[in-house]
Structure formats: structure tokens, C-alpha cells
Design a protein around this ligand. Structure first.
Ligand code: ZN
Length: 1096
């Protein structure tokens, strides 16, 4: 049962170190005592993360012990380390653990629920920044400014940021939005921890009374006593002296007693003199702001405090102020600029270390020797030469790899290279595949490996002369010598059991319990399959798919169907011994669709009738997967199971689960258990599936808690997908479900895959994120891999890198195509290396960084309290930016926030991750929603995480109706909404149409065919098809947005001031969130403070 089919003579992925251990040697990790590897970016040169866990019981079938633990049990279920690689202590990473350990109390509000006091500071920047007359926040090239205006959105004193009191009742009544479709189950009220701090919602867009609106004069926040050390006690908040231009980092003096919380009683609000607010010019990268005049100190809270340094200026009252949202870096602007600057020219990959255009830019790629950014995106295209530099910068070095990415029609799929019986040419030592970076020497008779420097003989049949530059004269005739991406046909040595694989099979496994029948799911699905089976994936010009199909229905027992073409009617075989699952028939179970069409159609007609009167409500789950996997094993093929499942599997069987949902665990140390599987049985099962090349796609239709965290284990570890349709009703949800199903069934999949990432000397892959399984530290095993899934790989130094030679990555994916062909897909990428940190910061990609950081955090919640995870992210971000400030930016006042151009969106995007449902859930978000999103993000590519964390908000009536292009987006903030307009908001999973209360009657009529705003049905999910330009435009735009995403987004129409608006506002990510997430402005100020603390 070795999933890796490496043949002894030429182990395809053989490295010096690992031979694939049999599965009996390793488990999935969940066993107690399993060791978690060190943090990905904590210890450079630390030990390699171990994916090996302690041995499993050695039982291949689901063990009887799969009985769920008591729901109330405090101890982690045995599967808790399933995702392994993130030990609790490992979250405490960072270059300086002391920073982590000494979390400043002042930073806590951002990492925990009691947030309001900090984010409510209207002038968060102020207390830490220099005094108003010269306070300056400079975003590099961003013209970031501080306006003198009082924050119009600030709530009055005493009002928290909590949900309106109506939230509790509203939360249960949101329509089924898909992701947030909530159940009528008792929704927990807002977190108890939060209630102490959350109050009524601040009045929307109404300016509070100015001077009285601040709970505190932003007293500077508590600091660790040590932070005050270098400064004179009692120093006031003053900027650095003008005589100290290089003094980047004086911490504001601290007079608060240690431990003082910002949640303490507010001090007197400082008088407001907005006229004192100077305007600030746009600051170029690292440039100084205007010369600083005398700096008033912060005044009132600490009377008598001496001014900072030699500043003669008398203390002046400081007017509260906020950052002008228009002056802080705008995601919309950055996206727009990149489109304008880089969208017109193709991205040619011939140059090493080029940063590609943003994922939000449409561009064509020309492969000239490096893999397209559609296949690989990196956090930085210029890697520090030494691990010391890397540690200093704290910028994670990671690649988000999508090996089977779909390409636009204008770009060619990778060429397939056939080296005949000898197979692909590889380095003898490190087994890297022939690629454009290999150096041919000795007249072409040998080549030097670009990864390990080994000199290899060129086989006679591959020999070619070199030109005067040392290049083979046939270099441009051979994809493997001239392109970044290509495929090799694999020889039999790369096949399991030294046998070419059979074509894969699809098995449809349909829950026919009461819920599935009643909702109309079974009838809908059976009807759809009749036609969908004609569209199974095929390759090239094949007339017919090679994929065979089989059918199973189940509730507490399983029903197998014989659909052999020679039968007049399908035959059913029932297996009720679910504890010892076997497949009762081989011949006639997996069939060719066209041969057995009549029998299959008859079966699909009969299934809904057969179970129409069922009263069976209980289901099993693990035995269903077991059965599918056994069937593939018997047929000696890889394949995919499509499971359609409705409920928590409580029937007596292996993998039986209990309802252990408990919202009271949120914000406790036990919260992580909500994300962990409640039994190890599914990991054991997944391991068997991977060995068989059995990928599992799960479609869930829950009416209540189904324990997504546990049910998604097998899909997650087999490279499968999970779809969730809460409270599924045919009339409301069929379009979404059918659209997802069609796409899922039709997409090309690589089966029984193994991926290995090789690197040139000096760095190595140390950590991996995604939907896959690993039984050793280097090989990513994927029962299935489709074109939507990414594998994220983190690299660390193990030696010094060389500026001249750069660094190389080679990703090799061995897989079985849908037609049953064994292939290797190779992607190569060359990166630059630098000895100056500035080069690193100039060549970073923030979208990819965020993708990595989100995945890192989302894995972290399996083992650590979410607050710890959030704090880790904040610390890391601050360290990244502080390192830039210290080493790369021109010296300037510490009062200036200076962001590297490539990372100026890091704070806003990171804040979106921090307040996402996984890390800071709102009251309406269920445990299953969080587990679902958590596993979705794990496999997302960079474009998906970009829009998921920062949704697109498109105004619809501003641009001309005739315009064929998408309207320019606006920032995701309520301030940007005009009540006379309508907007589409999408994040890849959700789609809203927000209608302003004052929208013109003509617009209402054109879109909704009703005469007034009040007649629009809130929660509508389909727009009427009307024959007018606006209706056509909006519906066309919706279709276009859906086509861009890998999952169908169900539309929800939201009216301004309607209760549904709450749901919509959840996605206005620049604003404060109801669950306590900071606004962009507040977070930026907080980040500034953190940076200053690090610099001081
Ligand atoms: Zn080599």
C-alpha cells in the first residue's frame, strides 16, 4: 500500500534522503505525543518540520475507537495534530522572542475582544506620534496625510463598537447566503467577553460631538516598563528633536504606570483645534517631512511632563484627529495603477527575479525560461543572501504554487516532452529534471546541475553541440531547455507497481436520508447527473472521457448499484455491515457511461422514487468513503468520490460523530478544538485514500451543525474540495449547487500525484500548506489535484546564497491525467539574491505575502488560541515594516509611518485577515462556517485570497451604461457608499447587490421592475430579466463576476437600512467590524505604534 510508485531503478522523486516509508510507519499526526515542527518563520536553520507523526494503531480500517469523545471533554481529540506542523509554542516566533513574550498591553486590544477602547481612540496615532504641528505619517509615495478633521465616524463616548442590540435577533434570520447561511439553531449571543465592551452600534455616519467623543486622550497606551528605560522619566510625547534626524525610533516617553490599560477610565479629552493641523505633502520614499518646528507635547494627560529633548516649544493642547482615509494607501489605487502600468504589455519571463503584475491585473505571459506567475508566485523575487538578513527582515520566503493552473486561451498549455524509454533526463545526484538553467560543459558531453552542481554525463541520444556562448544549438527546439514550464511523459518506472495506470473512475455517493429527500436534493442531483455524465473530463481531442463511473446511495446502510450495460435494469445490493465495509460487486459497478447509458438513466430515474418515503434520518459517513476507496482499490485505479451529504453522521458506525459545537469556547484556550477533528478515524481513512489515489469531494447540505472540521479531513488530505450549502432548498439554491457541481465534475484533475520542490544550494523547502498529505518532509502527496488548488511552500536558508547565481526553484509534479497517462509537470523559477535589504523590500509581493500569512495563521488556530495567532501576525508585520524603516528608509522622524512601496497595503490587508471569521468571528458566523472557510483558504491561490480578504465593491450607476468594462471599484467602507447608488460586492464566495435608499426611481424600476425602493424584496437572489440597458448591464456584470471565480456566488439583494445590511457590512473591511475588528485607519495607527516600539 505504497502510494508512491517510485521504482527502484529510477526513483522519480528520489532524493538523497527519503525513501517513501510505508504508511504503516507514519500516521497522520493526531496521535498524542506527536511532535510538531518548529514554526515556519521562527527559527531559521531550525530543524526541518516533521510530518511524521507517531505510529498509528496500524489498523487499516476505521477502528472501533472512532467513537467520538464526549463533546464536553476538555482534552483535545486524538486527531488534534492532524495538520501537524504548527505546535502551540511555535506561534511564538519572530526574530526576537522577547518581543513576542513581552506583548505590550497596549497591543492587546487588537488581538482580543476587548478592543473597543483602543480602536475608539480617535487619535491613536497621536499619542505615539510627534505632536500635532509636525506629526506626520508618511506612506512612501502614498501621500499619506493626517487630516485635521475629526473622525466623523467616531462614536460618542460610551458607545462601543458592538453590534446593535438588534443583532441577536437578526442573526438567526439572515437568509441563506451560502457561506453564512445560518441555522435556526440557537445562535449564541454576542460573545460574553465582548459584551462588556460592546455597546450599541455607533450611529452611522453621524459625527459625534467633537470634543466629547473620545474616551481617552489617547494616553499612549501602556507600555512595558522596560520600554521607558532609555528615556527620561516623565518625558512628554514629543517627536524627536530636529537635531536628531537619524533618530528614527525614540519611543514616546512613558509616564503611565506599567500595566495601565487603555481600557481604563478616559482622561480628559484634549481640546480640539483642528486649525492646528497642518497639511502634509506627499512624501517620497523615505524622504523627510517638512522641517520640524517646536513640538508641543501631548499635554493634558500628563501635566508637567517635560518636553522631549531640547524642544523648546511650549506644550500645546493637541487636537484629536484621525488619519484621512483618502490619504492612507488605497488598495483600489494600487490595483488601478498596476493595471494601467502593467496590463498592456505581456509579462515576459526571461529575466530572473522579475516581480510579476498583480493578480488583479489582466496580462498575458510569455514563457521565456521561468514559470508563469499563474503557476508560481513568490512573496519576494529577491531573496536575502543570508539567513541573518532573512531573520532581520522577517519577510517569509514562500512560493504559492498552482501546478495545474488553467491558462487563458491565448497562452499555450505546457508542451509534453517524450524522452522515450530512457525517461526524462535528470541530475544523478539531486534528481532535478533537465531545465533551462542546467549548464552544458565539455563541448556538450556533460552538464552541471544548477541545483546541486553535480557534473553529469549527457546520454549519447541527448548529445548536442554548443554554440560559441556555450548554449546548446537545439536549446530553442527543446521545451526543457528554453521554457519555464513543460511536461515529460513518464515511463513505467514512475508508475505504481511498475504498471501504467488504468483510467481513473468517478463514484457518486448520494445521501438518501430524510433530509436529502425532503429538500429535493436527491431528485435534483439525479436529474442533473443524467446529462452531466456526458461532460466528464477528457483530454485533448478525445471524443469520450476515459473515466468510468459508479453509484452508491446510503443512509445508515449502503446501496451499491450494478449498472452493467447488459442489464435491463440496475440491480441494488445493500451492505448493512457498515463496521466492516466491503464492495459487494466488482463487475458492473464501474462502467463506461456511453456503454451503460440506458441502465444509468434508469437508475437515476429510480433513486428518488425508491427513497421518496424514507423516514430514515440517520447517516453514516466514514463507511461511505471507505466503500468508495475499496471500490477503486478493487478496480486498481485512482479516482474521485463525489459525496453528497446532509447531516452529522450519528448512526452507529466507524467515524460516528457527536454534536460538540460549543460557541462558549470562542476566545478561550479551547477554541482550537472547534477546528480540530473530533476523532482520528478520518485521518486514518484519508491515509488509505491517498495510498489508493482516491480523492474525495464533499458536497454538504446541512440544516444544522455537521462538524465540518471533522467531515472535511478526508477531502482536505486527499486534495479534494468541500462545498457547503446550508439549509439547502431546491428553489433557492439549485443554481448555485448545480453550477458548482458541473464545474467540479468537469474540471481536469491530476490523480495519484506527488509533488516535490527542489531548490538550489542555500535554501530549501521547509514547510507546506494546502490540501494534501505528507508522509515525509519533502513529498507532497495528492490523491487528486485540480487546476484551482495551490500548494504553498516556505523556504529557509541552509547556507549563504550568491548574488550572482541567484536561487532556483523547481517544482515537479508526477500525476496521472484524466486519460490515465502518467506525466511529470515541471515548473522552474529563478530568483535574485541580495545583500541589501532594500532589494528585498523592492521586490516583494504583498498579495502573496498575505496569502502565505493567512494560511500560516489558519493552520495556527488548530493548535493555538486565536488571539496568539493574531498577535503573531501583528508582531511579524510590525517587524517587517520596522526592519524596512530601520535599514532602508531615509532617516526621518519616528512620527512618520513609512511603508515600503511594495508593501504599503500590508497593513490594510493584514487587518482583513485578522478580522476574518476564522480569527475573529462575528456572532452570526457558525463553527461550521469557520471550519469551512479555514480549509478553503488553505488551498486558495493569490487572486482568491486577495478578493476574499478585501472584497470588491463596484458602484453600478456611476459609469456609463454603455461601458463594457467593469466599473472601477471603490474602497470597502461604508463611507464610500452613496445612498443614491447601487453596488455589487463580491469576495469570491459571496455576492451582494446593495441598494441605496435614495436611489432613483427609474433605476429601481429598471432593475427590479417595481416602482419604489420600499417594494424591492430584501434578500432577493435573482434579478428579474428585463429588457433595458441597466438591467442587462447589471446582470451581465454579475455573470462576469461569477465566471471569474471558482465557486458560484449566490446573489443577495440588500437594501440600505434593512436588517440584512448587517450581513453586508461584514464585508466592508475598512470599517470597524461588529466582532471587534479594527478599522483600517485604527489598525494603521496601531501598526505604527508597534513599529515605533520595535524601533525604540
Ligand atoms: Zn543536481
Amino acid at each position: 500500500m505504497n502510494v508512491n510508485q517510485s521504482a527502484p531503478p529510477v526513483p522519480p522523486f528520489g532524493q538523497p534522503q527519503p525513501v517513501y516509508p510505508g504508511y504503516h510507519q507514519s500516521s497522520y499526526g493526531g496521535q498524542p505525543g506527536s511532535t510538531a515542527p518548529p514554526t515556519p518563520y521562527g527559527a531559521y536553520n531550525g530543524p526541518v518540520p516533521g510530518y511524521q507523526q507517531t505510529p498509528p494503531p496500524g489498523v487499516s480500517r476505521a477502528p472501533p475507537s472512532s467513537e467520538a469523545p464526549p463533546a464536553s471533554t476538555a482534552q483535545a481529540p486524538c486527531g488534534q495534530a492532524a495538520y501537524g506542523q504548527f505546535g502551540q509554542g511555535d506561534v511564538q516566533n519572530g526574530p526576537s522572542s522577547t518581543v513576542q513574550m513581552q506583548r505590550f498591553p497596549g497591543s492587546q486590544p487588537f488581538g482580543s475582544v476587548p478592543l473597543a477602547p483602543v480602536v475608539s481612540q480617535p487619535a491613536v496615532l497621536q499619542p505615539y506620534g510627534p505632536p500635532p504641528t509636525s506629526a506626520q505619517v508618511t506612506a512612501q509615495l502614498a501621500g499619506m496625510q493626517i487630516s485635521g478633521a475629526v473622525a466623523p465616524t467616531l462614536p460618542p463616548v460610551g458607545l462601543g463598537y458592538g453590534p446593535p442590540t438588534s443583532l441577536g435577533s437578526a442573526s438567526g434570520s439572515f437568509p441563506n447566503s451560502g457561506l453564512y447561511g445560518s441555522y435556526p439553531q440557537g445562535q449564541a449571543p454576542p460573545l460574553s467577553q465582548a459584551q462588556g465592551h460592546l455597546g450599541a452600534q455607533p450611529p452611522q455616519r453621524s459625527a459625534p460631538p467633537q470634543a466629547s467623543s473620545f474616551t481617552s486622550p489617547a494616553s499612549g497606551g501602556p507600555r512595558m516598563p522596560s520600554m521607558t528605560g532609555p528615556l527620561l522619566p516623565g518625558q512628554s510625547f514629543g517627536g524627536p528633536s530636529v537635531s536628531q534626524p537619524n533618530h528614527v525610533s525614540s519611543p514616546p516617553p512613558q509616564t503611565l504606570p506599567p500595566g495601565t490599560q487603555m481600557t481604563g477610565p478616559p482622561g480628559p479629552p484634549p481640546p480640539m483645534h483642528s486649525s492646528q493641523q497642518p497639511g502634509y505633502q506627499l512624501q517620497q520614499n523615505g524622504s523627510f517631512g517638512p522641517a520640524r518646528g517646536p513640538q508641543p507635547n501631548y499635554g493634558s494627560p500628563y501635566p508637567g511632563a517635560p518636553t522631549f529633548g531640547s524642544q523648546p516649544g511650549p506644550p500645546q493642547p493637541l487636537p484629536p484627529k484621525r488619519l484621512d482615509p483618502d490619504a492612507i494607501p488605497s488598495p483600489i489605487q494600487v490595483i488601478e495603477d498596476d493595471r494601467n502600468n502593467r496590463g498592456s504589455e505581456p509579462f515576459v519571463t526571461g529575466v530572473r527575479g522579475q516581480v510579476p503584475p498583480l493578480v488583479t491585473t489582466n496580462f498575458l505571459v510569455k514563457d521565456q525560461g521561468n514559470a508563469s506567475p499563474r503557476y508560481i508566485r513568490c512573496t519576494s523575487y529577491n531573496i536575502p543572501c543570508t539567513s541573518d538578513m532573512a531573520k532581520q527582515a522577517q519577510v517569509p520566503l514562500a512560493a504559492v504554487i498552482k501546478p495545474l493552473a488553467r491558462l487563458p486561451p491565448e497562452e499555450a498549455s505546457p508542451y509534453v516532452v517524450d524522452h522515450g524509454e530512457s525517461g526524462p533526463l535528470r541530475c544523478n545526484r539531486c534528481k532535478a529534471y533537465m531545465c533551462p538553467f542546467m549548464q552544458f560543459v565539455e563541448g556538450g558531453r556533460r552538464f552541471q546541475c544548477c541545483f546541486c552542481s553535480c557534473i553529469n554525463d549527457v546520454p549519447p541520444q541527448y548529445f548536442q553541440h554548443l554554440d560559441h556562448t556555450g548554449k546548446r544549438v537545439d536549446a530553442y527546439d527543446r521545451p526543457e531547455l528554453s521554457l519555464g514550464s513543460y511536461e515529460f511523459l513518464a515511463t513505467v518506472d514512475y508508475c505504481k507497481n511498475n504498471k501504467f495506470p488504468s483510467p481513473p473512475a468517478f463514484i457518486f455517493m448520494i445521501d438518501v436520508s430524510y433530509n436529502a429527500i425532503r429538500s429535493g436534493l436527491v431528485r435534483l442531483l439525479c436529474e442533473e447527473l443524467k446529462s452531466l455524465l456526458d461532460f466528464l473530463p477528457r483530454e485533448g481531442g478525445a471524443e469520450e472521457s476515459a473515466i468510468r463511473v459508479g453509484f452508491v446511495t446510503y443512509n445508515k446502510v449502503l446501496h451499491f448499484y450494478n449498472v452493467k450495460s447488459s442489464l435491463a435494469q440496475p440491480q441494488m445490493m445493500v451492505v448493512s455491515d457498515v463496521a466492516d465495509m466491503f464492495v459487494p460487486l466488482l463487475d458492473g459497478f464501474l462502467v463506461n457511461v456511453s456503454e451503460s447509458r440506458a441502465v444509468i438513466t434508469s437508475l437515476l430515474d429510480q433513486i428518488p422514487e425508491m427513497f421518496a418515503d424514507t423516514r430514515e434520518t440517520e447517516t453514516v459517513f466514514a463507511p461511505v468513503i471507505q466503500a468508495g476507496m475499496e471500490a477503486l482499490k478493487a478496480a486498481e485505479c485512482a479516482g474521485k468520490l463525489f459525496l453528497f451529504h446532509t447531516s452529522l453522521p450519528i448512526a452507529e458506525a466507524p467515524g460516528k460523530l457527536k454534536n460538540r459545537d460549543d460557541r462558549k469556547l470562542i476566545n478561550t484556550d479551547k477554541e482550537k478544538t472547534l477546528f480540530q477533528p473530533q476523532t482520528g478515524a478520518y485521518q486514518t481513512l484519508a491515509k488509505e485514500c491517498v495510498a489508493q489515489g482516491c480523492c474525495v469531494d464533499l458536497f454538504l447540505f446541512p440544516n444544522q451543525y455537521v462538524d465540518v472540521a471533522t467531515l472535511s479531513v478526508v477531502p482536505q488530505l486527499t486534495g479534494g474540495s468541500v462545498y457547503k450549502y446550508a439549509c439547502f432548498q431546491v428553489e433557492n439554491d439549485q443554481e448555485r449547487f448545480l453550477s458548482d457541481l458541473r464545474r467540479d465534475v468537469q474540471k481536469l484533475v491530476g490523480f495519484d500525484a506527488v509533488m516535490r520542490v527542489r531548490t538550489s544550494t542555500g535554501i530549501r523547502a521547509v514547510d507546506f500548506f494546502g490540501a494534501f498529505y505528507m508522509s515525509n518532509t519533502t513529498d507532497v502527496e495528492l490523491a487528486g489535484l485540480d487546476g484551482d488548488k495551490t500548494v504553498t511552500v516556505e523556504f529557509k536558508h541552509d547556507d549563504r546564497l550568491n548574488e550572482e547565481s541567484g536561487a532556483l526553484l523547481q517544482c515537479a509534479l508526477l500525476y496521472t491525467s484524466c486519460a490515465g497517462q502518467r506525466r511529470l509537470r515541471i515548473h522552474n523559477l529563478a530568483l535574485n539574491c541580495c545583500t541589501q535589504l532594500a532589494d528585498l523590500y523592492r521586490n516583494c509581493e504583498t498579495d502573496t505575502l498575505i496569502n502565505y500569512m493567512a494560511k500560516f495563521a489558519y493552520r495556527g488556530v488548530l493548535n493555538s488560541p486565536v488571539k496568539t495567532v493574531r498577535d503573531t501576525l501583528i508582531t511579524q508585520c510590525a517587524q517587517i515594516l520596522a526592519c524596512y524603516r530601520k535599514n532602508c528608509a531615509s532617516p526621518s522622524s519616528a512620527g512618520q509611518l513609512i511603508l515600503p512601496e511594495c508593501m504599503k497595503l500590508l497593513p490594510v490587508y493584514l487587518n482583513c485577515v485578522l478580522k476574518s471569521d476564522v480569527l475573529q468571528p462575528g456572532a452570526e458566523v457558525t463553527t461550521d462556517d469557520r471550519a469551512y472557510v479555514r480549509q478553503l483558504v488553505t488551498s486558495m491561490d493569490v487572486a482568491e485570497t486577495n478578493v476574499f480578504f478585501y472584497p470588491r465593491l463596484l458602484p453600478l450607476t456611476k459609469s456609463p451604461i454603455e461601458s463594457a468594462t467593469e466599473p472601477p471599484a471603490v474602497r470597502a467602507s461604508e463611507e464610500r457608499l452613496s445612498n443614491g447608488d447601487i453596488y455589487l460586492l463580491e469576495n469570491g464566495l459571496n455576492l451582494f447587490l446593495w441598494v441605496g435608499a435614495s436611489v432613483q426611481q427609474g433605476v429601481v424600476q429598471s432593475l427590479f421592475s417595481v416602482s419604489s425602493f420600499s417594494q424591492i424584496t430584501s434578500g432577493l437572489s435573482v434579478l428579474p430579466v428585463l429588457d433595458n440597458p441597466l438591467s442587462k448591464k447589471v446582470r451581465g456584470l454579475i455573470d462576469s463576476l461569477r465566471a471569474q471565480r471558482s465557486r458560484y456566488m449566490k446573489l443577495i439583494v440588500v437594501k440600505q437600512e434593512d436588517k440584512l445590511e448587517m450581513l453586508f457590512k461584514h464585508f466592508l473591511v475598512e470599517d470597524k467590524s461588529l466582532s471587534g475588528g479594527a478599522s483600517y485607519v485604527d489598525f494603521l495607527c496601531h501598526m505604527h505604534k508597534e513599529i515605533r516600539q520595535l524601533l525604540s
